[in-house]
Ligand binder design. Structure first.
Ligand code: FAD
Length: 405
């Protein structure tokens, strides 16, 4: 049995785990980054999935020296237009109101992943052991460290284990911790669509009796010469209905989508590959344990209605990296219980607020009871007219609250 030794093991090389590796690059700590799955081939396509990065994430990526690489591939969202199908109430948010260039950036997931991985490999060099594909199957703790067992028989001995292994975290299971799981009985169909009219930086979210329907402008690849403006489409529906729509032929799906969204951006002229994501909220009961901390989806996985999940996970990364950097500078124990408890306490407020904000949106806009529907219609109008309500929602969406944890 081969034993590898590092300072920190990050279990999960998704966006969050890799962001943490990059955030620790300047510390000279030895990092083992472990992922069960090899990264996807780096082939860009016009219909690849995008992720909306908010201004808080832009700032974090800028601090990590990544934003210059990402910016050319990120489509700025300069305004959002939120409405309810069949009603005239609309809430509008504009970047101009915030003094920022953009409210957020719709960015291909592949571009973010490739930039992170490239940066991790370039800056960590021999300090990074990239163990992939390898699945963590065992965890043994003692007062001085932790040992992870991988499915290929290797053992990794470290001072600290960071669980960034996604919503159904294997580490949470190995530690016997629970999670609060809320199944929304909804799924999101995610795809790309070409629209006739230029969205000109506006992201649309339309609430329907079945769930929200969002269309966001996405970056055009240099190789994409087809007519029509590329956009991301995220359509949330009760799961059975999502499966029915997923099974439709392309033309029928386009007709159903067009009927739901309307003609604000003209005709939908093409559609990409459709992927269905079942939606649930998972909140880990704890963010720290002896020699283990949780971040990203392993800590909390949210409904995508407000595009908060990765943005929140990146704020976990910033908070954890700051504490580990300080500990490394003082040559302190990276798995010290007080350090880990301090990280967990610093994240509690932000994760609660963001999870509650997202959950309230899902419940409010999935409710068909007439009185609730009238209230939410008034809510949209009020949000557009009342600066304090609007400011509160804007701050949450920009990701500024919870940044300096
Ligand atoms: C439809 C949809 C749209 C979204 N849109 C947005 C958006 O616009 N903005 C936003 O901020 N967020 C959005 N999100 C949320 C965002 O995608 C997630 O929050 C984010 O990708 C989570 O990253 P992660 O690294 O924490 O977890 P994951 O991406 O789940 O990565 C976990 C990694 O751990 C690995 N792993 C698991 N178990 C093991 C094991 N035992 N051993 C080793 N490795 C293991 C996996 O292979 C995986 O690579 C959206 C989510 C969905 C579903």
């Amino acid at each position: 049995m081969r034993e590898l030794v590092a300072d920190i093991a990050i279990v999960g090389g998704g966006l969050v785990g890799t962001s943490l590796a990059v955030a620790l690059a300047h510390t000279q700590l030895k990092i083992a980054l472990i992922d069960a799955v090899a990264p996807p081939a780096n082939a860009a396509s016009w219909d690849e999935r995008c992720i909306a990065l908010n201004d808080g994430s832009r700032r974090i990526f800028q601090n990590l020296g990544l934003w210059d690489t990402l910016r050319p591939q990120a489509e700025p969202i300069t305004a959002t237009h939120i409405s309810e199908r069949g009603r005239f109430g609309v809430a509008r948010f504009t970047a101009a109101e915030t003094g920022l260039d953009a409210l957020g950036y719709n960015t291909p997931l592949r571009a973010v992943g490739a930039a992170l991985l490239g940066q991790a490999q370039a800056r960590l060099q021999s300090h990074l052991q990239w163990l992939c594909p390898a699945r963590v199957t065992g965890l043994a703790l003692d007062p001085r460290g932790a040992k992870l067992t991988l499915d290929d028989g290797r053992v990794v001995a470290v001072k600290l284990v960071v669980a960034a292994d996604g919503a159904s975290s294997a580490l949470r299971g190995l530690l016997g911790f629970n999670a609060d799981v809320r199944d929304y009985q909804q799924s999101a169909i995610v795809t790309a669509v070409r629209v006739q009219r230029d969205p000109a930086g506006v992201a649309y979210e339309r609430f329907t009796p079945d769930g929200p329907f969002a269309v966001l402008p996405k970056p055009r690849l240099a190789s994409d010469v087809a007519a029509g403006h590329p956009c991301s489409l995220i359509w949330t529906l009760p799961t059975a209905r999502a499966e029915d729509l997923h099974a439709l032929a392309e033309a029928e799906f386009i007709a159903a989508a067009q009927h739901t969204f309307g003609e604000r951006l003209g005709r939908f002229t093409g559609i990409g590959k459709r992927i269905v994501y079942p939606l649930q909220r998972t909140l880990s009961e704890t963010l720290s344990a002896p020699r283990v901390v949780f971040c990203g989806n392993a800590a909390q996985s949210l409904h995508p209605v407000a595009a908060q999940g990765f943005n929140l996970g990146l704020r976990d990364v910033a908070a954890l990296a700051a504490r580990l950097t300080e500990a490394a500078a003082q040559d302190a124990d990276l798995g010290d219980g007080r350090l880990l408890a301090d990280y967990a306490a610093s994240r509690e407020d932000d994760r609660r607020r963001t999870a509650d904000f997202t959950d309230q949106l899902v419940r409010l806009f999935s409710n068909r009871v007439p009185v609730v529907s009238s209230l939410r219609h008034l809510g949209l109008l009020a949000m557009d007219l009342m600066p304090p309500a609007k400011r509160a929602v804007m701050q949450q969406n920009l990701g500024h609250t919870g940044l300096a944890a």
